[in-house]
Ligand binder design. Structure first.
Ligand SMILES: [Zn+2]
Length: 142
C-alpha cells in the first residue's frame, strides 16, 4: 500500500534528475487513473516518467507548459502488455486529454490537461508528430 493510494507512493512520481533530488508534484486525478489501469490489467503500471522539475524541464529543452512540470502527466508501461493494448484502454478513460503513443518504448504518455486542449501524438525515432488515422492503422490503435 502506497502513501497516495493502493499502489502508489509519492516517490513514484518524483523527478528523476540529479539536481533537485526527487522534487515531486502530483495531481491526484492522475493517481486515480493509474489505479483504474492497475485494476483493469490486474497489474501495477510502471511509471517511467512523472514530474519534471524546472531544472530538468530546461535541460530537456521542453516548453514550459509541459504537463509533466505541472504534475499532471506520466509515462507508463505495463509488463506483458503491448503499448498498443495499453493505449487503447487509456484512451477510453474520462479525464485523459493528452495521450501519447511511444511504440519504441512500449509506453504511453497520459495527462489530465483541460479538455479543450485535447491532443494525441506519436513518438517515433525520438520525434513527436500528430497521431493521424494512418498512424493509428499502422500500429493497430483504431
Ligand atoms: Zn529534478
Amino acid at each position: 500500500m502506497g502513501n497516495l493510494s493502493e499502489n502508489f507512493n509519492h516517490k513514484d512520481f518524483a523527478c528523476k534528475c540529479p539536481v533537485c533530488r526527487g522534487e515531486y508534484r502530483i495531481h491526484l486525478g492522475l493517481v486515480g487513473l493509474l489505479e483504474d489501469i492497475a485494476v483493469h490489467f490486474k497489474k501495477r503500471p510502471k511509471i517511467l516518467a512523472a514530474f519534471y522539475c524546472e531544472a530538468y524541464t530546461e535541460k530537456l529543452n521542453r516548453d514550459k507548459l509541459s504537463y509533466h512540470s505541472k504534475g499532471k502527466a506520466v509515462n507508463i508501461a505495463l509488463d506483458g502488455v503491448s503499448g498498443a493494448e495499453l493505449f487503447k484502454y487509456v484512451e477510453t478513460l474520462p479525464g485523459v486529454n493528452g495521450l501519447g503513443f511511444y511504440p519504441e518504448e512500449n509506453a504511453v504518455h497520459l495527462d489530465t490537461r483541460p479538455v479543450e486542449k485535447k491532443d494525441s501524438w506519436i513518438k517515433e525515432k525520438g520525434k513527436y508528430s500528430p497521431l493521424t488515422a494512418d498512424k493509428r492503422a499502422q500500429y493497430g490503435l483504431s
